[in-house]
Ligand binder design. Structure first.
Ligand code: HEC
Ligand code: HEC
Ligand code: HEC
Length: 93
């Protein structure tokens, strides 16, 4: 019984996770648009925490400083995955 309830809860979470699987988010900047493959990050990292500390949605205070720090680039440096050079991120049309 207990197990069945847990399984149902897990299935619901999966559905909710899928509905929130935002494919891409773009940040237009004056040196070139940054295209952020959001869904790819969800899949690669397997969690929302680390980026979303207060639950899914817009990230309060997300800006250039955060993007060049732990919000984007810092994590790429730490994990040695993902672009760390300017034009690796600022390359969108
Ligand atoms: C690698 C970092 C990262 C991961 C992992 C991540 N997100 Fe995001 N997410 C972002 C960023 C950055 C934004 C844009 C924030 C902003 O502009 O304020 C965002 C935006 C969102 C938005 C709002 C989109 C909009 O346009 O309103 C939702 C909803 C969201 N994420 C859900 C999730 C969920 C659910 C997960 C986990 C399954 C997740 N995210 C994992 C970084 C991430
Ligand atoms: C918590 C760690 C983490 C954060 C934060 C993060 N990334 Fe990444 N990023 C990764 C990892 C891991 C990969 C490699 C994913 C793969 O190859 O499957 C990656 C890959 C990428 C790629 C290359 C995707 C491809 O198709 O090769 C781009 C572009 C990128 N990240 C942009 C961003 C931007 C822009 C942000 C901030 C809005 C960001 N990332 C935040 C971990 C992170
Ligand atoms: C890992 C991805 C990534 C890398 C690498 C990166 N940036 Fe950014 N940068 C971003 C994101 C995302 C934003 C947008 C932040 C926001 O507005 O919320 C941004 C914003 C900016 C802005 C602000 C532009 C404006 O219109 O206000 C400038 C300037 C900038 N970056 C220059 C650089 C330079 C120069 C480099 C290389 C030394 C660099 N960036 C490397 C992701 C990156």
């Amino acid at each position: 019984m207990q197990i069945r309830i847990l399984a149902a809860a897990a299935a619901l979470l999966l559905v909710a996770g899928h509905a929130l699987a935002i494919e891409k988010i773009t940040f237009p900047t004056r040196i070139g648009t940054v295209v952020f493959p959001h869904k790819k990050h969800q899949e690669a990292l397997g969690q929302c925490r680390g980026c979303h500390e207060k639950g899914p949605g817009r990230i309060e205070g997300f800006d250039k400083v955060l993007a060049h720090g732990r919000g984007c680039k810092g994590c790429h440096e730490e994990l040695k995955k993902g672009p760390t050079r300017c034009n690796g991120c600022h390359n969108g049309k």
